[in-house]
Structures are given as C-alpha cells and as structure tokens.
Write a protein that binds this ligand. Structure first.
Ligand code: MSP
Length: 497
C-alpha cells in the first residue's frame, strides 16, 4: 500500500489556539482523509512546540514551571482534534522523551557540520528567529517583534556549505516548494547567500541540551523541525522513516517557509536522510478585515465559531472562500452568505429534492441506459474523483471544492431539465428511473468527494442513500440505492447542522 505522510507545523504553546492556528490542521485533515479514500496508508501528524525563550517567558509570567505550563497549554491544542474532527494519527510534544531522544540523535548525525563560535546579533523572541542588522528598525524585526541583542558562545551549523545543493534541489525538483511565488522567494533568499546558522543558546535552559555540552540548549527550530522524524521513530525505526518521509508533505504558514524549505532540507542532507516530497505554504487569515488581535477583540476561537456554525460549515467556508495558498478574510457575513447560497440552496436543496422521490416511491430500479443527458451527468460524476485527485496533489483544496460545486450545479440544472416530478406524474417509469439514477450517481460522487471537507454532513447523505462512502473506488461501481431514509434538509435555516 503506498504511504503518504502529511504534517502541520507544531504549535507554540504560549497562546491559545485560534482559527488561524486551526487552519493548517484542517487543511492537513482534508488531505489525509482524501488520501485514505484513495486507499493510501496515511500518517497525519500534528503537535506542540514547547521549548524556547518565548514559552519560558510565558511560564514565568504565569508563575508556574515551564513543564506545568506546557502540559496545560498543550491540551488546548490536543482538544482541537475532537473539536474539528481531525483524524491525526499522532500528536507529538517536543517535551516528550521520544522527541528529546530523537532530536539528540539528529544533532549527532549533523555534528560533522557543526562548529563552536561566538554569536553576536539581534534575536526576535516572538518569532524565535535571528534577524539581520539591516532588517532592524526602531528595535523591531521585519515582522514587528521586538528584538534583543545577543552575545554568547554558540554552536553553528555550516548552512553556507549547502547553498549550491539547495539551489540544485529546487531546480531539479520544481514542485518541492509551492505555491510558485513562495518557491521564487526561497530561491532568491538562497541565491542572495546563506550564512552559517546559530543553533544553540546558553542564555536560558528551557530546551533540549546539546549532546555533551549541557550548558547549551538547541535552538528551538532545530528541536522543532526534528518532530517530523521523531514521530516516525527516528533513529530506532529507520524503515518507517524511509518509507514515509520521502512521501511527506509539510503544510506551513507563509512566514515559516524559510525554516522548512531552506534549513530543514540542509539539516536532512547533512544527516543523510531522505527529503520530504513537498513544502506548501498557505496564507494568513484576518478577522472581519483586520489582523486578529486580543486588543481589537477580533480573535476567533474555535469553540465559539464551532458552536455558532458547526465544524463542517467552518471547514467548508475556509477552503471555499479563501484560495488555499493566499491570504483571506474570515467574516461572519461571508460565512452566512455561503450557508444560504452554496450550502442550503445548491447542495441542501439538491439532496432533499432528489432523494425525496425514491423515498416517496419506495425503491426504484436503477436504469443506466437513459438518454445522453443522463449519461453525461453519470460521466461527470465519475470523472470528479480523478479531477479532485490532481487538485489535492498540489494542495489546491479550493479548486477541489469548486470542482464539486460544478457538479452540484450541473445536477441542479439536470433536475430542472429532466423534471422528475413530471415523469412521476405521467407514469414514465423508465425515464424517471434513468433520471434518478443519474442524479443519485451525482449525489453519491459529490458526497464521497466532499466527505474529507464536511465529514458529518456527508455521513448524513450516506445514511439517506444507504451507502458506505469509504472509498473513491465506490464511485466506479454501479450502485443500487434501494433503501433511503427520509431526506431531511441538510442545512435547516434555524438550526445548526
Ligand atoms: N512552532 C512554530 C512551527 C514549528 S514547525 C516545526 C510556529 N508556531 S506558531 O504557533 O506560531 O504557528 C503555527 C502555524 O499557525 C503557522 O503555520 C502559522 O502560519 C499558522 N498561523 C498562525 N496564525 C495564523 C493566521 N492568522 N492565519 C493563518 N495561519 C496562521 O510557527
């Protein structure tokens, strides 16, 4: 069975999860669910990033030990899985023994490219990133975080030695970084010249000790990036690492592409490990047109928004409204528009209108020899999974929904044209059966392809139609929708679905 590995960034535990930090996880879940429908052996990983100066400072402010602070905060991220119906196979924490052991082994594996020297320069604590002198303005780094001057003895990774190998990688594997605009930015960044990377700290102790140098802790990004292999059992289970990792897609927010597309492959090359298949960067969400901020009071918390609309609706909205890969806005007016038009009018009406017929007449004998318009609709239904597969392979999650809605709109047009109510009234049973067969095929295809995005809504459609919906292959089988449950409206106006 072919292996597929999908990851989210591991989340800093210094703040509560919000819609932005749920975004990557939902995207990864949609992809994981889709790949499982294809019959692939999927490993979907998420987790929390718990070391570093920022977390240590937050724990101090809370007046508890960093470990207690992390134990508590990490649970808020773990709970996202049940809230958003995420199907992650593992949840890694960087304070777990398995990770610490793995990160220490990884350090040793790249030690031949590490040397000790002195670090002098600016550090942005919020981003846990070193900042170039030229990028510091009014005591702030390029992303607006305050910078502090650091001077200490540190270990350095010989990143400069990887410049050509990285450029070669981007060149020979053009799909290694997506979208294209991010790929170009990374290539430019590397072409501008890579400096060796400071990868240890002595100023604070909340981190993984550098092997044989316990007064140094690893730079939080070296520690954090290793999570992707520690969860696979590195270094003890190299078979697993080798099998999954070369089929790995890292989903990341646009601001952390450099860490994943430059530092991480360089570290992996140094360790002689396989490289991931692709790094895909998505954009940032704003809330009601503004950057989310506690002081503005517009931070969207998962619990509130799920209570208001349901997890399926928000999952749908995020990938229909905002093209995955670009920045976009979350506004309640837009969510409500999507509910009324796309969900209630297009999908909900189609399902209820069509399935009410077979429910009314008891059962019907499928007829696959209808006229050209019936055959066309069946063909469109059967083409959908292939089309979706091509889109999901390049993380075009919004394209996937557009393709599904194209079929929904074709099916709605078909209802208007074939007029099943008239066929029923005139007792034209053969034609009615052909029309219902084509429509049920379309609805089945829509429900199976949409299930990674809206698992609960689609489960109800499967129940109405008495189908399993566990594999995309089912679309290719002529099916006999014999038993139907009463098809209630999927998106009643006054109730959450
Ligand atoms: N801990 C690092 C990642 C280490 S991965 C080896 C980190 N953590 S984070 O909590 O700050 O961010 C995690 C992810 O959440 C990032 O991909 C970031 O882009 C995403 N988002 C946080 N706020 C966001 C929005 N407002 N919109 C969309 N995604 C955003 O970076």
């Amino acid at each position: 069975m072919s292996k597929f590995y999908i990851t989210t960034p591991i989340y800093y535990v210094n703040a509560l999860p919000h819609i932005g930090s749920s975004y990557t996880s939902i995207a990864a879940d949609i992809i994981a669910r889709f790949k499982r429908l294809l019959g692939e052996d999927v490993f979907f990983l998420t987790g929390t990033d718990e070391h570093g100066m920022k977390v240590a400072q937050s724990a101090e402010r809370a007046g508890i030990s960093p470990q207690e602070f992390c134990d508590d905060m990490s649970n808020n991220f773990r709970e996202l899985s049940s809230m958003w119906s995420l199907t992650n196979d593992d949840f890694i924490r960087t304070t777990e023994d398995r990770h610490i052991k793995s990160a220490s082994a990884f350090w040793k594996a790249i030690e031949h490219d590490i040397y000790i020297s002195r670090y002098e320069g600016w550090y942005d604590v919020r981003d846990e990133a070193f900042v170039q002198e030229s990028d510091v303005k009014d005591g702030k780094g390029p992303s607006g975080g305050e910078v502090t001057w650091m001077e200490e003895e540190s270990f350095f990774f010989r990143l400069s030695a990887y410049q050509e190998r990285l450029l070669d990688l981007y060149n020979t594997r053009p799909d290694f970084i997506g979208p294209e605009a991010k790929r170009n930015e990374v290539i430019q960044f590397v072409k501008d010249g890579l400096k060796d990377l400071c990868i240890s700290r002595t100023r604070f102790s909340w981190g993984i000790p550098v092997p044989n140098h316990p007064n140094h802790v690893m730079y939080v990004w070296v520690d954090a990036l290793t999570n992707y292999i520690s969860a696979l059992g590195y270094p003890d289970n190299m078979d697993r690492v080798n099998q999954y990792f070369s089929n790995c897609v890292h989903l990341v927010g646009k601001e952390i592409v450099r860490f994943h597309a430059v530092y991480w492959p360089a570290f992996l090359m140094a360790a002689g490990l396989p490289l991931p298949k692709r790094i895909f960067a998505h954009g940032w969400l704003t809330s009601e047109g503004q950057k989310m901020s506690k002081s503005i009071g517009n931070v969207i918390y998962p619990k509130d928004i799920i209570e208001k609309y349901s997890s399926d609706i928000v999952r749908y909205f995020l990938f229909r409204e905002i093209h995955f890969g670009e920045d976009g806005d979350f506004s309640q007016a837009s969510v409500e528009r999507r509910i009324n038009y796309d969900l209630a009018n297009d999908l909900g009406n189609l399902v209820q209108r069509v399935l009410s017929f077979p429910y009314k007449i008891g059962s019907f004998t499928p007829n696959y020899s209808g006229d050209d318009s019936c055959k066309r609709l069946i063909q469109l239904a059967r083409d959908l999974p292939g089309e979706m597969n091509d889109l999901i392979d390049v993380q075009d999650l919004s394209g996937g929904l557009n393709a599904i809605w194209k079929l929904i709109s074709e099916a709605n047009k078909f209802v208007e044209e074939s007029k099943p109510w008239k066929l029923l009234k005139e007792n034209r049973t053969k034609e009615l059966n052909a029309s219902l067969t084509a429509l049920c095929e379309a609805i089945r295809s829509v429900a199976i392809c949409l299930s990674p995005y809206m698992p609960h809504v689609c489960k109800r459609i499967f129940e109405f139609m008495n189908i399993k919906g566990e594999s995309l292959d089912e679309i290719k089988i002529d099916f006999v929708p014999q038993v139907f449950q009463k098809p209630e409206h999927l998106f009643p106006r006054d109730k959450k679905c």
